[in-house]
Design a protein around this ligand. Structure first.
Ligand code: HEC
Ligand code: HEC
Length: 431
């Protein structure tokens, strides 16, 4: 795909610059070709892949997903944060949700939508180059895949245990505490029928089966990938987009303008599968620090995505700091909270940030003690070099004209709204 090639070349330049800057640091990784091919393959989804079989495990997993009794507070289920009527995203505009035993602890990240990505997210990979010549000849080294904003989980069954024990979320003390609740759930008898009458006598196995059940629900339930947006019907030739929506799409695609589609892929796959609007790659966008997050009251605290603090296995490569996974833009127009730290609360502000970050940084970042605009203030000063300044539209200088006007932003927002599910085809539109 041409857009991939262009972007990766640009990115390589950035990485090589970073390599010089960090002389002596860990080897730069390679493997872009494989990673991008994998991402492109998985970014393209099959519209009609609803599975005829809904396993017993999936049915149990569904009950668990909606069961608030599995939390320490008794008030929080997976669905409290991943609301099915909000594309399995947050039901409100909070930067991070409140949970914990008394429902008063605040998490540190915005809730992502679970739509479309669960069965398409590639395994985490960040292959390392074997030699310097390989490092210099490879076209890119972009990390890709994995679940979470930092890609730290490869399997949904591993991811599911994180919220169950996170003290800010469902806050169970340990697996035994969670299993004690599961054993008293109204569906406990069914759990035993499916996984064995003696299953609760083996806590390790019982917990593993419970996590497996949640994973099966997440993979099998068609409500995670309905493909009922106006854009899907447009791709199927069932309707036309309005002039404004088409203008928005052009602005979104233009590689020398918005350039959004280079990361948020909007082309169908070769097999006709509909696009997911993400490439599952990681990028540091320099989203401003969000004072709404309580953790940020500590000036020494930084959420640096790939390099921690939640993820711990990639911290030694400092060029990973500040990188977060690109997310699907399907249903993004229904959200009230944007980016990993929930810094923005309207889609248009998120769009304005992209095109005005560099042309008018004073609008987005606070001033430091010397009255200077503290650009990229959500990263320690030494790591701000990691922020993307090579991919359009993030290349401009202060005072230059933004690539988009307010009218352009309206048009792109109109286009993105065509990605909302549950579009109702009018009778004369469907043919
Ligand atoms: C208190 C709110 C909250 C609850 C409850 C919650 N989640 Fe999440 N979920 C989040 C947040 C925040 C993230 C992003 C986490 C990160 O990047 O570390 C997330 C991420 C995820 C992801 C990764 C999505 C992706 O695209 O990478 C999955 C899958 C998921 N949650 C499933 C679940 C399941 C299953 C449960 C119940 C067992 C659950 N969540 C309960 C807030 C919540
Ligand atoms: C270089 C890759 C790249 C480009 C180009 C890019 N994005 Fe993103 N986008 C990302 C990444 C990575 C994130 C998550 C970053 C984070 O939260 O720190 C993101 C997040 C977003 C979000 C927030 C979604 C949510 O649910 O929180 C929106 C909206 C968005 N992008 C729209 C756009 C638009 C519009 C453009 C074009 C102007 C664009 N992006 C260009 C990589 C990119």
């Amino acid at each position: 795909m041409l857009s991939f090639a262009t972007r990766f070349t640009v990115r390589t330049a950035a990485r090589l610059a970073a390599l010089v800057a960090l002389a002596g640091a860990a080897l730069l990784p390679f493997g872009a070709a494989a990673a991008s091919a994998a991402a492109a393959a998985s970014a393209a989804a099959t519209p009609n892949d609803t599975k005829p079989v809904y396993s017993d495990a999936a049915a149990l997993g569904k009950l668990m997903f909606f069961d608030a009794s599995l939390s320490a507070s008794g008030k929080m289920s997976c669905a409290s944060c991943h609301s099915p009527s909000h594309a399995y995203g947050p039901p409100n505009g909070l930067a991070a949700q409140l949970g914990g035993p008394d429902m008063r602890s605040q998490g540190t990240r915005a809730v992502p939508s679970l739509r479309y990505v669960l069965n398409r997210t590639p395994m985490w990979s960040h292959a390392q180059a074997a030699s310097m010549s390989e490092r210099l000849s490879e076209t890119d080294n972009a990390p890709v895949g994995g679940f979470g904003w930092d890609g730290r989980f490869n399997r949904l069954q591993d991811q599911a245990s994180f919220p169950l024990f996170n003290p800010d979320e469902m806050a169970n003390k340990d697996p035994a505490a969670m299993l004690a609740k599961l054993e008293h759930a109204p569906y406990a008898a069914r759990f035993k029928e499916v996984f064995g009458q003696n299953i609760f006598l083996d806590p390790t196995k019982a917990f593993a089966q419970a996590m497996y059940a949640i994973e099966r629900f997440e993979l099998e339930d068609p409500s995670f990938h309905p493909y009922t947006s106006k854009f899907d019907y447009y791709l199927d030739g069932k309707l036309q987009l309005t002039d404004q929506e088409l203008r928005g799409k052009k602005l979104f695609d233009n590689p020398t303008g918005g350039n959004c589609a280079s990361c948020h892929i909007d082309q169908s796959g070769a097999d006709g599968s509909h696009p997911l609007f993400t490439d599952f790659n990681f990028q540091a966008l320099g989203v401003p620090r969000n004072p709404e997050l309580r953790a940020n009251a500590d000036p020494k605290y930084f959420d640096m995505g790939l390099c921690g603090p939640l993820r711990t296995d990639q911290s030694s490569d400092r060029s990973n700091c500040g990188l977060f996974k690109s997310v699907s833009l399907r249903n993004t127009a229904t959200r009230h909270v944007f980016f990993h730290n929930g810094r923005f609360h309207t889609l248009k502000d998120a769009l304005r940030f992209y095109v005005q970050r560099d042309t008018n940084p004073a609008k987005w970042y606070p001033k430091d003690a010397h009255g200077k605009v503290d650009k990229f203030d959500d990263l320690p000063v030494a790591l701000r070099v990691n922020v993307d300044t090579t991919d359009e539209p993030l290349t401009r200088k202060t005072g230059e004209r933004p690539v988009w006007s307010e009218r352009d932003i309206d048009d792109v927002a109109a286009f993105l709204a065509t990605l909302n599910d549950d579009y109702v085809l009018k009778p004369k539109q469907s043919k």
